[in-house]
Write a protein that binds this ligand. Structure first.
Ligand code: PRT
Ligand code: ZN
Length: 301
């Protein structure tokens, strides 16, 4: 169902689960005030023409592709699985990935029982592999000319080898604790995944397109801000070059004179990378003092 006349941008988000809080928080950081409707599936943006649809993550690609929503936040694992399915069926996906986000990190990996004799992808030929990601797995097997039997399971994939349903599994891993608890070891990763913003490939109404462009810029600003730090310090004027070299990812620091201290200057810089304690210690070594590291809330290039 398409709704080209809709003046409100409809964004599909996971209702509850691993992506839910981060997705909502990201939109709030982009300036969206939400009026929560705890029981309802549609939450209303108060200060922007945006409606949030709170759904299961698996439904998000379809909701965006079929026109019920315009935009969504979903794991790349889900977005890519749906894309592989569409490709296998000879269809287009109906959505595209716009911006990888900084949460929901995990990987889709093949794993085998610790005691299993096989270890490489080629060894899986003729074996049964349990997964909830059949299209992604099939695509990977096909790309590598391995002919294995894909066993579709909707949950508890890690139990399949012990239950005799499969010889190996292909599942999401983040810390690896679930694999270890089930005596499984990771063989190889077929997809590195994180949350991503997706949008419908069909054109939206002019106002929704304009709002999506604004939202995208704001999201990029939030992400850049989150990985940046503002650093301020005092340094000996004659060691400025060394100080500059130590500042991670800083382009052109601002250098200010200090009243009554011709030998020292104040340096202010935005660092586009993490600032570790080791960096601060190295800065002290070259004579820096009064070092302050501040978070950056928003950044607009
Ligand atoms: O109800 P709904 O369908 O919306 O949620 P869900 O239960 O299907 O999904 P949810 O909330 O568990 O995950 C949502 C998304 O989070 C996934 O699609 C991934 O993009 C991302 N994500 C990040 C993960 C993990 N990390 C993760 N560790 N999704 C699942 N897991 C599971 C994995 O399946 C395995 O069972 O956690 C276990 C492994 O974790 P470790 O830490 O033991 O390795
Ligand atoms: Zn799900």
């Amino acid at each position: 169902m398409s709704n080209p006349s809709s003046e409100r941008l409809r964004i599909a988000l996971q209702k509850s689960g691993r992506l839910a809080d981060n997705s909502r928080e990201l939109l709030q950081r982009c300036g969206l005030r939400i009026s929560p409707n705890r029981e309802g599936l549609v939450w209303t943006g108060e200060n922007l023409p945006i409606d949030l649809m709170l759904v299961r993550d698996d439904d998000i690609p379809t909701l965006v592709a079929d026109g019920h929503c315009d935009v969504g936040i979903v794991g790349q694992n889900i977005a890519r699985e749906a894309a592989c399915e569409a490709r296998d069926a000879g269809d287009s996906t109906g959505y595209e990935e716009l911006l990888p986000l900084d949460f929901g990190y995990c990987r889709l990996s093949l794993a085998k029982p610790r005691e299993a004799a096989f270890s490489t992808l080629a060894d899986l030929a003729g074996k049964r592999i349990a997964t909830s990601y059949p299209a992604s797995l099939q695509a990977h097997l096909r790309d590598n000319d391995v002919d294995a039997d894909v066993v579709l399971l909707s949950g508890s994939v890690e139990l399949a080898p012990r239950l005799g349903k499969a010889d190996a599994i292909c599942d999401l891993v983040s810390t690896g604790a679930t694999l270890a608890a089930n005596d499984l070891v990771e063989m190889l990763t077929i997809l590195e995944s994180r949350a991503t913003l997706i949008r419908a490939t069909r054109p939206l109404s002019d106002s929704s397109e304009a709002l999506l462009t604004r939202l995208l810029k704001r999201m990029q600003g939030v992400l850049r801000g989150r990985e940046s730090r503002y650093i301020m310090l005092h340094a000996p004027r004659d060691r400025l070059a060394e100080v500059h070299d130590l500042l991670p990812g800083a382009e052109a620091p601002t250098v200010l004179t200090l009243d009554g201290r011709p030998d020292r200057v104040a340096v202010h810089a935005v660092c586009n990378e993490q600032v570790f304690w080791e960096t601060l210690e190295a800065l002290k070594e070259v004579g820096a003092s009064a070092i302050l590291v501040l978070p950056v809330e928003k950044m607009l290039a």
